[in-house]
Structures are given as C-alpha cells and as structure tokens.
Design a protein around this ligand. Structure first.
Ligand code: FRU
Length: 473
C-alpha cells in the first residue's frame, strides 16, 4: 500500500471491509503478537486515552488507525477490564469525521461526572487548504458503554500567540472546579502546558494560566501533559519535543519525561521546588504515558510502547505497537517508582527450571553486590543483553542483536545509574516486548524486539529465577 495523505484520511465508510479482515489474517499468522500486553486488533495503536474507573470497571481507550500501520484518521478504541490485566476490546467508540473532529479524534482523558464518564479530547480539524484548526471537544460515555459526542467544541480556538499544535487535554477536578491541561507550541517555537478552567465539564472553559513546573527550556512542543498527585506532591508526566540534551539526556526520537514538585499552588498552578527533568523510562520505546489518580487511592499509569515517526518490523503485517503493563506510581525518598500493579501476580503460572523459557516469562534476579550479565537468547543466536554492575548501580541494556533492526538511528543500547546500588531486577518478557524493572521500579527499561527465532533461553552468571506467565491474548 502506498500511504498517501488521501488514503490515510479516507473516511472509514469508504474502506472495503476486506482491509481489516486481511490485516486480521496476517495477525493470525504472526509470530510477533503478544500474550499479556495490550495490542491493536488491527492497524496502528498510539497514545492511551481516557484511562479511568467508572461503572465498576476500568476503562481505557487507544488512539487507533485501524486500516494500516501508519498514522491516519484516528479513533478512540474502547477497552474495559475488571482487574487491569485482562482487557476486552469493544472496538472503535469515539469516531472521527464530524465538523469538530473531521480529521481525527486525537488524545485526551476521562473523568467521572455523576453517572457518566466525560471524555475530553482534541478534534483534529483541517480546512480545504489543509490548515489545521484544533478543537478541544467533549463526549459522554454512559453505563451501557454508549458514547455520545458533543457537537460544539468546548474550546474552539487556540490561545492567541500559539500555533495549531494545541492538543491532548487532561481534565482534572479540584475544589469543585474543573481544569484541563493542554500541550501547546507557541509561535516562538517553545513548548508549554496551558491551563483552562470551567465550573462544569461542558463549560464555559476559559484560559487560566500556564502550568509552571520548571525554569528549564522545554524545546518546541509538549505533547500529552499529565498531572497527578502522589502523597499530595505534584508529578507532571509529559512529552517534550526538541528538548536540549543539556536539560534532559535522552536517546529516543522524543522522550517521555517527568518532574516532581514538593508542593503545588492551585491558584498559580505552580510547582514548589521542582526536581530536574528526568526520563520516565530508560529504555527504547516508551511515549505518551497516561496517568491518573484512581478512586482506590493509587496512581496508575500506562505507556504507549512505540515511538512517533518510527517504523517497526510488524508494519509489514499491518499492525504496530502495544502498551505497557499498568503501573502503580509511588514516591519513595522523593524518587518516582513505577511498579506493575499487583493484579499482575495472577499472570504467574509456574516456576521454570530449564534454560529454555516460555515467550511469556518473568525473569528475576537478586543482584546486591554482584556484577554479571543476563542474556535472553533465541535459537537464531539473537539476544537481549543486560550488563549489571550492582555495587556501582550501573546497568546497560543492549538490543543490538535482538532480531530485525529498527530505530537504530537512536542507538541500540541504553544505560542508566542508580545512586544506592542495584538490588533487584524483574524483567517481563512477552515475546516481542520486554519491561525491565530495576529495584522494584526505581528505573524502568522498556523495549520492543523482533526476533526471527521462536524459542527463548536465559543465560546468566547471576542467580536468576524464571516464572512462566499466562498467555491471555
Ligand atoms: C502523541 C500524539 C498526540 C496526538 C496523538 C494523535 O503521540 O501526537 O499529541 O493527540 O498523538 O494520534
């Protein structure tokens, strides 16, 4: 397929039914599909949207272009779960194509209001000259999972002085007022997070201020801003584009970053004593993480494992990307920790004693004081190599030889350091994705791999335990 702009924005009704059926056929024959990570039923998945708890279940939507592995006319595809592990895909729910979202239902968030879930999203609208006019739109989801869009944009214009890069509203409530954070690119090519305020979710929305979370330069654009509160401390998770290496050392095309404050001023929307800007994930493929304060008191997040403007080997099969496990965010000694939610324990099926492991395996190692290497290999001599210097807190993850190369312009190794030494490693392997948690979430390295081999083995000079995990998809 030659993915012209015309084809990528073709109205859904003009696609032949076979297109999706063909992709599903390829997917059935794929040996790169995942066993317990959320993946698209066809086409491309990107940002997680509307992550929330409503009507006694968890809700999550994914940015989806269902007709191929490219960014095109996006919808929100609806997932629900009782346990944050087993997800049911209900198909596209928030469809693009109306005046307020003619060229895509772009990213946004959800909040429960009375007996409905309110969704706020960006309507990507282009005129006949292909000039973009972003709208911030609303929709209601009722208890029967029926979605009703609001035809009139909630925020119709970009703020003066800003460009058409103005999107990804995160809606939050505080003291009976609603606020939304919007990622925006100013005309002077700097990235900002703007705050709007309304007495009701449906409006009227008015500009309040800019979120003040750092004194550093943020590059030219900020996508997907997410403000959560952990132990009353503000944590902003965001995607700065064009950020200087002096402010944040990163190797991905665009990083997913975070900053933690000691306190928060709700009048000024200002962090007190913000930390430096840090990488949310030290690995290869994480972007657009969405987090929210869940009603059970936890702060939960989920990451897109995929990068913008990057092709992946599964593209040839008509699908691309996946999500991380749902993670719980904590602050321990002022440091952000990300841990797979405890519900994931239900995935454990049995201990593995052999060198050969299942494509769905959790590999753990208590490494205090040790130096060594863990390799996950295949029968095709492919490998993920992890080099550990526990006393010095250093770790290197190498996917150079892990299979079909991709995104190599951004490097095929990643390394990072913790200050107090490495004690514990837990790696979740799921066929073509791994998530490596260091010290129970002090650091996370996430990455895709596309091995030709079908069998996996663990080779290590460190004491390693292996547990087979359930294949649920
Ligand atoms: C981030 C992003 C968002 C946008 C969405 C469109 O990956 O570019 O800023 O809303 O993807 O799919």
């Amino acid at each position: 397929t030659k993915w012209t702009t015309k084809l990528r924005y073709l109205p859904y009704k003009d696609w032949p039914a076979e297109q999706i059926a063909d992709i599903k056929q390829n997917i059935n024959n794929s040996h790169w599909r995942l066993g317990y990570h959320i993946q698209p039923s066809s086409g491309l998945m990107n940002d997680p949207n509307g992550f929330s708890y409503f009507n006694n279940q968890w809700h999550l939507f994914y940015q989806s272009f269902p007709y191929g592995p490219v960014h095109g006319l996006k919808n929100w595809t609806h997932l629900t779960s009782k346990d944050l592990v087993n997800w049911q895909d209900h198909g596209p729910a928030l469809l693009p194509g109306d005046a307020q979202d003619s060229h895509g239902a772009y990213s946004g968030s959800g909040i429960v209001v009375d007996d409905k879930l309110f969704l706020m999203y960006t309507g990507n609208v282009r005129d006949k000259d292909w000039v973009r006019h972003p709208k911030q739109d609303g929709a209601w989801l009722d208890k029967n999972n029926h979605l009703q869009k609001i035809a009139t944009p909630l925020i119709d214009q970009v703020k003066s002085g800003f460009t058409d890069h103005f999107r990804d509203p995160q809606i939050i409530e505080h003291d009976g007022q609603y606020y939304c954070l919007i990622g925006a690119r100013k005309k002077d090519d700097t990235g900002h997070v703007l705050v709007y305020q309304a007495p009701n979710v449906t409006g009227p929305w008015s500009y309040k201020t800019e979120l003040k979370f750092t004194d550093e330069q943020m590059g030219y654009m900020i996508e997907c801003p997410n403000l959560v509160f952990i132990d009353d401390k503000p944590v902003l998770i965001f995607c700065p584009q064009g950020i200087s290496q002096d402010v944040l050392k990163h190797q991905n095309i665009y990083p997913n970053a975070y900053v933690v404050g000691e306190g928060f001023d709700w009048d000024k929307f200002e962090f007190s004593n913000p930390s430096t800007i840090k990488n949310l994930d030290e690995g290869f493929d994480v972007y657009a993480t969405q987090a929210f304060n869940a009603p059970d008191g936890r702060v939960l997040s989920i990451s897109w494992i995929g990068l913008p403007d990057t092709t992946y080997p599964s593209d040839v099969e008509g699908w691309a990307h996946c999500y991380s496990l749902v993670k719980e965010l904590k602050l321990i000694g002022g440091q952000l920790y990300q841990q797979p939610v405890v519900e994931n324990n239900q995935l454990v099926e049995a201990t593995i004693d052999s060198k050969e492991i299942s494509a769905q395996t959790k590999i753990s190692a208590a490494v205090s004081g040790l130096e060594g290497t863990i390799k996950i290999t295949t029968e095709e001599a492919e490998e993920i190599k992890i080099i550990i210097d526990a006393p010095n807190g250093k770790i290197l993850v190498d996917r150079t030889k892990a299979g079909i190369p991709f995104a190599t312009d951004f490097g095929t190794t990643r390394n990072a350091k913790v200050t107090k030494g490495i004690k514990q490693l837990d790696l979740y392997l799921d066929n073509t994705v791994f998530e490596l948690y260091v010290n129970n979430g002090e650091l996370v390295f996430t990455g895709r791999i596309f091995p030709q081999g079908k069998k996996f083995f663990v080779e290590s000079d460190l004491p390693v335990t292996k547990q087979r995990l359930k294949k649920i998809y």
